[in-house]
Structure formats: structure tokens, C-alpha cells
Design a protein around this ligand. Structure first.
Ligand SMILES: NC(=O)c1ccc[n+]([C@@H]2O[C@H](COP(=O)([O-])OP(=O)(O)OC[C@H]3O[C@@H](n4cnc5c(N)ncnc54)[C@H](OP(=O)(O)O)[C@@H]3O)[C@@H](O)[C@H]2O)c1
Length: 331
């Protein structure tokens, strides 16, 4: 099968003869329609992790969409079902291939969007959902979402707005309209203005941060007394992030914070993806796709994400449409 693979060192190549995986217990064997590239896929590829602990050669990308080829006995999925999933980022068989295997619990049915765009959603909706969970119910709350035009940001804005929150977000001027179209009430141009200067008196009920540097410390300052600070873990090797996590846990113990989250996203469909499917059915959520590229341009897709495309997701397609996807898939 075709697959985009890398070895130690991180050079990414599309090969035409990679052996297809076999389905494990509680796994689905899937024909892939599309995958999306997340920052973690680029970070893992460039991390030069030792081969003793990393499954080289590794097929890149964990988010995907496609059609079930085989399912476990008594599974809710059957051959021919259209699904999308966030797989395990560390698994050998990623989604940038014609065929992959995924844990059954990571997948949900694709019903309310096209099969290519569906690949843009799983990791970011799981992350956003898990980051906002401790603030629920969200109705009437003032929430600041950093980096609203990014993958996690676009998902978080839509989830928060769908649950009745008032959302402020940060973005470049060029992405103001995008953020507003997703339901953000206010967008702060972080290049021209400090978000602290326009925080509500007393602060926000919840602040969700995905930005590196001093953003954790600055974001914490605008969380109101007893509010929720949600950090998405960006770099496990960054001591500042981990220390801030420990400090916020302490603050949650003192009552300064009502809740704290340090999110390392879990690849379970019941923790974000199913909720996103429900919101899509109600017309309250949509995938935000920046670009769709063919598998032969997977290096360009990784490069775009590494530079921070800043407007939704980069998707890589294995097929053109559902008809082509279902060719050869027995129902
Ligand atoms: N731990 C986990 O489980 C987990 C899960 C998901 C993501 N993450 C991490 O979270 C981070 C974000 O992920 P993502 O997928 O959302 O990334 P992304 O799609 O690449 O988003 C990048 C966005 O950041 C914005 N940005 C850059 N600097 C900013 C600043 N100073 N203030 C406000 N916005 C800024 C850009 O907005 P403009 O273009 O508008 O300037 C761009 O839209 C990454 O480091 C990723 O690895 C971790």
C-alpha cells in the first residue's frame, strides 16, 4: 500500500509498497480517505526518539477518515461504514496511508460532513472538549480562548459557543472574520494589543491556552477568582509548562482557581468526537479546513503545520470521493 513514512532522523517519504497492517483485537481495519496533520505529528517526526522506544518506520498522522474494512465481532461498526478517528499518535500505523488500524473506541460515524473534511476534526475536537470539560455547563460564562484561528482554537470556539458561552479569542487581524463566523463575540489582535488590557473586571470564568512562551503566566492572570484555567500541553520537555501545571494545581488547592486542566488529549471518541458529531447534526459545528493536498504533497502539509498555518487544518487526501473510497470495500 502507499504510506507516508519516516525513520529516525525524520525524513518523510511516500512509499508505494509498505506492508498493510493486520487488525488487532478491539481494532478496526480501515481504508483511509484522508488524514489531517497536527503539530504533534511534526514534533514526533522531528524528535529523533530512540528506535528502542519508537516504532520506526512510522506512518505519520493520527487523525483520519475512511471506510471500515473489518471490525471486531459485535462491534457497532461494520464493513462499509464511513468513520473518522483520532488514532494513537505513537502507533506505528498512522493515517497517512491507504490502509490503517485504529482502536475501535477512537472512532465515530461520519454523517454530517464530507468524508475528506471529516479528517480535520478528531484530535482538535477531543482536545477542545477535554480542555473545556471542567467549565461545563458553559452557558453564560465568559471564556477567553487563545489562538482562535488554530486547530484547537476553531474547535474550542465552536464548542463553547454551542453551549452558550460568551467567547473572546486572540488571533491575527487576517483571521478576525473566521473567528467571528465561528461565533466569537470579540477578537483581540494579539500582535497589536495585549489581551490583558481588555479583560473583563475580575477576569474570565475560563481561559484556555494553547500558545507557548509567556502565555501560560499571562493567561493565568486574567482567570477570575475561582475560575478555570485550562492549559493544553504543548511540549512535554518544557520545564516551564510543567512547573506552571504544578503551580496551578497548587492554586486549585487554595481556591484561587476553581479548576485546572493540563490537557494531554485522550484518543477516545466519547471524549469529544461524538459530542462534535452531535453538534454537527444540529448545525453548530463544522470542520475548518485550510488546504487539501494529495498524499504526494505530505511534506508540504507538514511544513505548513510546522510554520503555523493559522487558519484551520491542513488535510491530506488518499482518495477523491466516497465512491472511490468504497471501491473494493465489501459491505
Ligand atoms: N497536549 C495535547 O494533547 C495537545 C493537543 C492539541 C494541540 N496541542 C498543542 O497545542 C498547540 C496548538 O495546537 P493547534 O493545533 O491549535 O495549532 P495550530 O493549528 O498550528 O495553530 C496555530 C495558531 O496559533 C496562533 N498564534 C500563534 N501565536 C499566537 C499568539 N501569540 N497569540 C494568539 N494566537 C497565536 C496562530 O494564529 P494567527 O494565524 O491568527 O496569528 C495560529 O492560528 C500546539 O503546540 C500543539 O502541539 C497539544
Amino acid at each position: 500500500m502507499r504510506a507516508a513514512v519516516y525513520n529516525y532522523g525524520g525524513a518523510l517519504n511516500v512509499v508505494g509498497n509498505f506492508p498493510a497492517p493486520k487488525r488487532g483485537e478491539k481494532e478496526l481495519l480501515v481504508k483511509v480517505a484522508a488524514c489531517s496533520v497536527n503539530p504533534v505529528d511534526v514534533k514526533l517526526r522531528k524528535a529523533k526518539l530512540p528506535s528502542a522506544i519508537f516504532p520506526y518506520p512510522k506512518v505519520t498522522c493520527s487523525d483520519g477518515s475512511g471506510a471500515v474494512i473489518q471490525a471486531p465481532p459485535n462491534s457497532k461498526f461494520k464493513p462499509g461504514d464511513l468513520i473518522y478517528w483520532m488514532g494513537l499518535p505513537l502507533a506505528k500505523y498512522g493515517s497517512a496511508a491507504d490502509i490503517t488500524t485504529i482502536p475501535e473506541e477512537s472512532a465515530d460515524f461520519v454523517k454530517h460532513t464530507d468524508i475528506i473534511s471529516a479528517a480535520a476534526l478528531p484530535l482538535v475536537v477531543n482536545t477542545a472538549w477535554q480542555a473545556l470539560q471542567k467549565s461545563m455547563p458553559l452557558a453564560g460564562k465568559n471564556i477567553l480562548i487563545q489562538a482562535g484561528s488554530g486547530g484547537v482554537g476553531t474547535a474550542a470556539i465552536q464548542i463553547a459557543v454551542a453551549h452558550g458561552a460568551h467567547v473572546t479569542t486572540t488571533a491575527s487581524q487576517a483571521n478576525f472574520e473566521l473567528c467571528k463566523s465561528l461565533g466569537a463575540e470579540r477578537v483581540v489582535d494579539y500582535k497589536a494589543e495585549r489581551f490583558e488590557d481588555s479583560a473583563p473586571p475580575g477576569g474570565y470564568d475560563c481561559v484556555l491556552n494553547t500558545v507557548v512562551g509567556d502565555y501560560d503566566a499571562r493567561s493565568l492572570k486574567v482567570v477570575k477568582q475561582g475560575g478555570h484555567f485550562s492549559q493544553v500541553l504543548r511540549n512535554v520537555a518544557d520545564l516551564r509548562e510543567l512547573l506552571m501545571g504544578a503551580y496551578c494545581k497548587f492554586l486549585a488547592g487554595t481556591g484561587r482557581l476553581g479548576a485546572h486542566s493540563l490537557v494531554a488529549v485522550r484518543p477516545r471518541a466519547d471524549l469529544g468526537l461524538q459530542q462534535a458529531s452531535n453538534l454537527m447534526a444540529e448545525g453548530k459545528m463544522k470542520p475548518v479546513v485550510n488546504t487539501v493536498l494529495p498524499l504526494s504533497q505530505i511534506n508540504e502539509a507538514h511544513n505548513m503545520v510546522e510554520k503555523g498555518v493559522g487558519r484551520g487544518k491542513v488535510v491530506v487526501k488518499m482518495v477523491e470521493n466516497v465512491e472511490q473510497l468504497l471501491e473494493g470495500v465489501a459491505k
